[in-house]
Design a protein around this ligand. Structure first.
Ligand code: ADP
Length: 397
């Protein structure tokens, strides 16, 4: 069975064609500048990279170009579109409308339109991606795989905000979480790596990238996560503030003459480690600046690591113990200093790092970085959201 995984953004679209027999990636790539002059497709297959510069006014043009490449005599990996058994689409937010991976139908797409406002930067793009695929591949089975699904198992006392209950019922304002496919993948891989049944494990998964979220996974089910109604909540991020007293926003808006909407843009785009350091949202730049003596870069890194540590402690309490900490995503996979700072001070709770094992260059493999006598295992596991989307799609079929 071959599954095409599509991750559509507002002006970009990433894809992978995965053969589910052996979970091999046959081809992958991405379209950039959809709807903007200067369109470009980068396609990787057979160990080669093919670049096509062509205007893509719409997502439908982009998908058509991707399919042309997939069946191309030189760059292609399949003889015809018929070889694609199904398409799995990544969707950021499901609200309370969808709790699990869902087959695309006309009715489902109506509901998707209704909930688009929950993730205004992401969901409309996913809808464009689905509609484009339906236009180019009519009749093909398609699945929506939601980033929020893995968090649907959170108990009510964890996902509720303490607001008027009637408003929760009317507007579905609650915590939904994010990066669910990544948390699901790495927690499953952790159990596999350790040769343990996931039902017996208490795992904290730290997805630390441009956006960061931390989840408590007990017995294979998410019971809490750091992101909230939107991906603004939790630890400080590249440009996002993370948790903040909302009264401070009202105060700041007043002082700076910002509307609430401008205030939210400020919190989403100009805050986080970028806002604190004034240097960059990229952790490589922050590390270099700290090394050069920039104290605000030092502060940004310290705030990030301190908050990650607090979430680990909180989730240890929520789960009544801890067996495994997993680091993943750009920062989690690549930054030994951050991993060390996050787990340092947790020795009293059985968390002990092996500094030498932690200090390696990412090679795409799973690494165990806890000391031999650490009660809690610490693992670094490269995430693979596309594979989860393909597996979910295949399972639905
Ligand atoms: P996104 O949320 O956009 O998928 P990523 O998971 O790619 O983000 O993470 C981006 C972050 O990871 C950046 O802060 C970047 O500095 C960091 N990062 C990525 N690769 C490396 C690397 N090789 N070394 C250090 N940091 C890295």
């Amino acid at each position: 069975m071959k599954i095409l995984v599509i991750n559509a953004g507002s002006s970009s679209l990433k894809y992978q064609l995965i053969d589910m027999e052996n979970e091999e990636v046959l081809a992958k790539g991405g379209c950039e500048r959809i709807g903007i002059p200067g369109g470009k497709l980068t396609h990787k297959a057979h160990g080669e990279t093919y670049i096509i510069e062509r205007e893509m006014p719409t997502h439908t043009d982009a998908i058509a170009l991707v399919l042309d490449e997939l069946v191309d005599k030189t760059a292609g990996v399949i003889a015809s579109m018929e070889e694609i058994d199904a398409v799995g689409h990544r969707v950021v937010a499901s609200g309370e409308a969808f709790k699990k991976t869902t087959l695309v139908t006309d009715d489902v797409m109506v509901t998707m339109d209704e909930i688009a406002e929950l993730a205004p930067l992401h969901n409309p793009a996913a809808i464009l991606g689905v509609n484009a695929c339906r236009a180019v591949m009519p009749g093909k089975k398609m699945a929506l795989v939601f980033d929020t699904s893995f968090h649907a198992t959170m108990p009510d006392y964890a996902y509720m905000y303490a607001i008027d209950y009637d408003d929760y019922k009317a507007y579905h304002v609650r915590k939904y979480g994010a990066h669910g496919t990544s948390h699901k993948y790495v927690s499953g891989e952790a159990a596999k790596y350790l040769g343990r049944d996931i039902a017996s494990l208490k795992i904290v998964t730290c997805h630390l990238g441009n956006g960061s979220s931390i989840s408590a996974v007990k017995g294979g089910k998410c019971i809490d996560t750091s992101m909230g109604f939107t991906p603004l909540a939790g630890v400080p991020m590249g440009t996002r503030s993370g948790d903040i007293d909302v009264a401070a926003i009202d105060f700041l808006c007043d002082k700076k003459g910002m509307t609430m909407s401008e205030g939210l843009t400020y919190l989403n785009k100009r805050s986080g480690v970028l806002g604190i350091s004034g240097v960059s949202s990229d952790f490589r730049d922050l590390a270099a600046a700290k090394e050069a003596g920039n104290d605000r870069a030092r502060l940004a890194l310290d705030m990030f690591c301190y908050d990650c540590k607090k979430y680990i402690g909180a989730y240890m309490a929520a789960m009544g113990g801890l067996d495994v900490i997993v680091f993943t995503a750009g920062i989690g996979e690549n930054t030994p200093d951050v991993r060390e700072a996050v787990v340092s001070g947790l020795e009293a709770f059985g968390v002990k790092l092996d500094a030498a094992a932690n200090n390696y260059r990412n090679d795409g493999a799973v690494h165990e970085i806890s000391a031999k006598d650490s009660a809690v295992k610490i693992l670094v596991i490269p995430t693979n959201e596309e594979l989860v989307i393909a597996r979910e799609t295949a399972a639905l079929l």
